[in-house]
Design a protein around this ligand. Sequence first.
Ligand code: ADP
Length: 736
Amino acid sequence: MRIGIITSGGDAPGMNAVIRAVTRCALDKGMEVVGIHEGWQGVFMGGKYFEPFNWRSAGGILQAGGTVLGTARSDAFRAVEGRRQAVRNLVEAGIDGLVVIGGDGSLTGALILHEEWQDHLDALAAANAIPPEKATNAQPFRIVGLPGSIDNDLYGTDMSHGADTALNTIVQAVDKLTSTADSHQRTFIVEVMGRRCGYLALMGAVATGADWVLIPEEEMDTRWHIRMADALKRGRAAGRRHDILLFAEGARHNDGLPIRAETIQEVLRARTGVEARVTVLGHVQRGGSPSAFDRVLASRLGAAAVEYLAEPDTTPVMIGLIYNRPAATPLSEVISKSQAVNTEIEQGQFEHALELRGRSFMDALNLLKTLSRAEPREEIGERGRIAMLTGGPDAPGMNAVLRTVLRYAMNEGQDVVGVRYGFAGLAREDIWDLQWMDVQSWMTQGGSELGAVRHVLTAQEIAQVAETIRKWDIRGLIVVGGLDTYKEVTKLVAARAQYPELSIPMICVPATIDNNLPGTEICIGADTALNNITDAVDKIKYTAGAAHRAYIVEVMGRECGYLGLSSGIATGAEMELLPEDQLTLESLVQDVNRLREGFERGKKLSIVVMSEGASPYYDATFVRRVMEAEGGGSFDVRTVILGHLQRGGVPTAFDRIQGTRLGLWAVRRLMEDIEARRTDANVVGIHGRGVEITPLADAMAQMDWSTGRPKEEAFMAWRHLADTLAKPGPGWAREC
Ligand code: ADP
């Protein structure tokens, strides 16, 4: 089988990661690969636009923004004659199927090409442009689409690659604007991309704690500008020092006329007397090195596309990510449902448009309206208090959980207090009577504003905790943290017989960079750590002097290989040494032989990611010595221990958004439990089916205490992918 790859339409970070994964996975399966330059225009042009790819063609491109294949908008391909020429080129090049990476336009083109395929073959054969047997004996032409678009507006995937990078760019820019806005008490209007989709604006607003958002999917009634100006005035009156408004470039009035930044500026000038500044983020949102999430996503989807091509089903599909799993959706359904939203917006059917965007989009919009209020809607009622605390060590994104819990609950009239310094603070009554505006800027802060420390409660302290709960009339507890934190909650539950005060509902929110918790596939903080590692390794790779050198990069994760494996995929590492694999002297020597083979074939630099818990016996220094000793002098070895920088810095957009999402689920459930007088202890988590709540005891039973990690680790399904992508493949050997 010979497959072609194109990247088409607007470029999106991560396209190169897809090209790399498709090329290498296809070569690994014995397929031939042709890279087609300049999108559909290249398919139309043929000839030198078709480049046979080998293993090495996909080398060194993972971290690059844009697309090495180039992309173009092709008017020729929009015409039937153009597509006929494209078919002729594909047939002449002996291509059996295409992987098309792009947005809805590019995938529409793919679907049309597929539908017309046989007609084109017949016409070309009749005109003697191709041999007649190519038209009559032809196998069905295979098409697999992949969602490459920063807009994230495609049906059939929860995330298109590129969107996460764009969101991070937006978040970093808005964080900077917020700090200067705060100093000068300014108002900023920030325009972000999204002609027909408000995803970037909405999630950007959630992740930055912005004060107002305008998106194409939401109905703007005739009084929208009055409500907006009033809300901003209320915010200032409540003590907020700045206002940030995010709007999607496609935001529109009800009659379909676009809303411009100047319109918003004028409204604010007239209604509030404020001179707002406008920042248009523009094309920076498309550019730059892809985030770790986008690299992993693109690699996973690229591999799944090749798997699909190897199957007998010939239906053209798009491979997307649904609930964190690659899934194929017929291309016709992807196109019709993606376009349906656009049609609903054009026709002013905003409610339908929002429904089509899905539950989490609507949840985010509703939540943003609560979180951006100047003050709570309800007066605080006589319902006791919810206490929230963070257990150590801290993780980026914890503050997003706390901010969401506080504002959501207070808005419903529920009093919330913060506990400083985790369980130790709860025992010694270190309570912070938080108010609405106290958490205004928490979204952007790393670590935990409450202070997260590791603390093992003594029997005496458990009695003190019970006393604090009684004294402060605490009716529910939200605990944000890692495995040690879950253990302390389990202890409190076990002590209920002795202290009836502890019989209150409790809910744990998973937050640890180690991503080693039961009851969830994703923990808050891990994405920031993964990006920290990826950025560091990118820098190591640029050390040009490093000829014939292997770097052993030690990463955190305790007994769990999540950070090791995912950073290996995100950085294109040669190998990962994980706690899940049994690291032995023998396996180490085999690994060294693989490295040596690579260097002997011309490799200059290799990255070996080693999880800190890879072996209870062999540390990074020992592994380095073995590699040096057994490497036969063909390369030298350095160790890089990334240490605490992995947990530092401001949280990524993903961690802020997941923190907000899990905070919402946790507080909603806790309030229901309080209302219903239930005393459940639960954990909230993200699974293959979305957000789910699991009893704490069941979650703890999912742990394998002999290894210190969950029995099932969904990410280990990527093991094979990491190995395949890192192989010195067949074409690679020839090239070097
Ligand atoms: P995106 O894929 O990012 O949505 P475009 O909408 O610009 O980007 O589409 C990229 C290319 O896909 C177009 O330049 C054109 O060649 C092709 N294309 C888009 N829509 C169609 C269509 N309806 N019929 C045929 N080709 C199309």
